[in-house]
Unconditional design. Structure first.
Length: 460
């Protein structure tokens, strides 16, 4: 669990602390920021008013290694779009630090697992991996809500996404709920990240199941419609949209609850049973995809969500792609790992060395640049995006200017699409989301180097 030290300096501290506790964080009220050395994040509530109400420092860019992530919260309660953005920044910062912690735990678990432990130890390691996955699921929700998750939109048929999720939805709702899916009769072409949209389906199904504890019916239907968004109170362009309708026969919601369902951390469930991020995550993903959500609900009569996403005329592509095959022996290749989280850096270097690479390491972009004369020819750069001082993205740009053939793998606990992709084409982008295992790290390194080799072959 992420530990938050909440510095009490104004009358709103109790209210803010309760909201964070309801979201599942371990909150301790302290008199000053130095009073809790074991906290992962320090939240300081001040009497000052800022434009947004919350000022969040980028965790790795603004603080030294080993220090707390620090967030200052003004006494003016966040309002409207500015308040939502402020809370999103707070959520993204917490997710970033938590992902760094999970990464170290995951890699340590892999290290112990590689020593051929006894059965009891292996069982404990499996429990740890399951806990890591649960924690990673929470941070994925935080990243999606804060809109700092890495998107990979593709042109796909929305009917295929609905069909591929059906089996998962059946397991979620259980035997007492009748599930019915009705794809559109024609292709429902959209440009979305299908992996993110699985979270949309899952969160809507979880809410429907909670609303039908004694059974009922859940129906999902897709249609292609021509819509004037102005008639729906939206400023989107008039044209063709794909509608996803999700309706249940559950207990429904009163108007007072309907007005708050997309608020972050709001939940009607008992404390500890929900994070209050499910529907805010759905809303964030839909908005990132250029769409919007409409909700109708009546107490004791059920709830219907209607989601509208712009359709595209471009032909849908495959939902996944096969990875290239490594064609160079790794022992001939040099890798530079840049990571300011020292335990994570140490384990990443060790994993790549075991796989036969010649590995160099640095804790900052400046140190990495200073090492280049010693390294000589570099085949692969593995760098965290957010670093103290010069960013990992800028470091990659500078090294690619020297060697356009350089393969690059970006890592981060969170990332902003625009920051990552500025100056980096989608075809060149290899991204490794924290937390990651050593196996996934080595796999991504192989993917990047194989892609580099294939491009060289095509250029000949």
């Amino acid at each position: 669990m992420v530990r938050i030290a909440l510095v009490d300096q104004c009358e709103h501290s109790e209210e803010i602390g309760q909201a964070l506790a309801n979201a599942g964080y371990d909150v301790t009220h302290v008199p000053d920021s130095g009073a809790s050395s074991d906290a992962h994040v320090v939240v300081r509530v001040t009497a000052e008013r800022s434009k947004s109400g919350i000022t969040s420092l980028a965790p790795d860019a603004e603080r030294g290694s080993g220090e707390h992530a620090r967030v200052d919260v003004g006494t003016a309660p966040p309002q409207g779009a500015q308040g939502m953005e402020a809370i999103a920044r707070l959520a993204g910062g917490i997710a970033h630090d938590f992902n760094n912690i999970l990464s170290v735990i995951a890699i340590c678990t892999d290290e112990i697992g590689s020593t051929n432990p006894c059965d009891a130890t292996r069982a404990c390691l499996d429990d740890i991996r399951n806990a890591i996955e649960r924690g990673s699921s929470v941070t994925r929700d935080l990243l999606a809500f804060s809109r700092r998750d890495m998107m990979n939109p593709q042109n796909i048929d929305f009917n295929d996404v609905l069909t591929s999720c059906r089996r998962t939805l059946e397991r979620i709702v259980g035997d007492e709920v009748t599930l019915e899916t009705t794809p559109a009769e024609c292709e429902a072409r959209v440009r979305i990240d299908s992996s993110q949209w699985s979270s949309v389906f899952i969160n809507l199904a979880l809410n429907a199941r909670a609303a039908m504890p004694h059974g009922g019916s859940l129906k999902l239907r897709t249609r292609v419609l021509t819509i004037d968004p102005a008639e729906h109170g939206r400023a989107n362009v008039k044209g063709s949209y794909v509608e996803l309708e999700v309706s249940d026969t559950g207990c429904g919601m009163p108007k007072s609850v309907q007005a708050r369902i997309f608020e972050p951390f709001f939940t009607t469930k008992d404390r500890g049973r929900a994070t209050g991020l499910g529907l805010p995550v759905v809303s964030a993903i839909v908005e990132q995809s250029g769409g919007w959500i409409e909700v109708t609900s009546e107490v004791d009569a059920g709830t219907t969500f209607r989601i509208y996403v712009p359709s595209t005329s471009e032909a849908p592509g495959a939902l996944s792609r096969a990875r290239p095959t490594l064609v160079e022996p790794p022992r001939e290749q040099s890798v530079l790992v840049v990571e300011d989280e020292v335990p994570l850096l140490r384990f990443a270097v060790r994993a790549l060395q075991r796989s036969g690479y010649r590995v160099f390491q640095a804790v900052s972009a400046e140190d990495a640049l200073a090492m280049m004369p010693e390294i000589g020819t570099l085949d692969l750069l593995v760098t965290d995006i957010v670093l103290p001082g010069l960013s990992g993205r800028r470091l990659a740009e500078m090294l690619v200017e020297r060697d356009p053939d350089l393969a690059v793998v970006y890592t981060s606990g969170y990332t902003d699409d625009e920051v990552v992709r500025h100056g980096v084409s989608r075809a060149q982008l290899f991204f490794l989301q924290k937390p990651y295992s050593t196996t996934v790290l080595v796999q991504r390194a192989e993917d990047a180097l194989a892609s580099r080799k294939a491009k060289r072959a095509l250029a000949r």
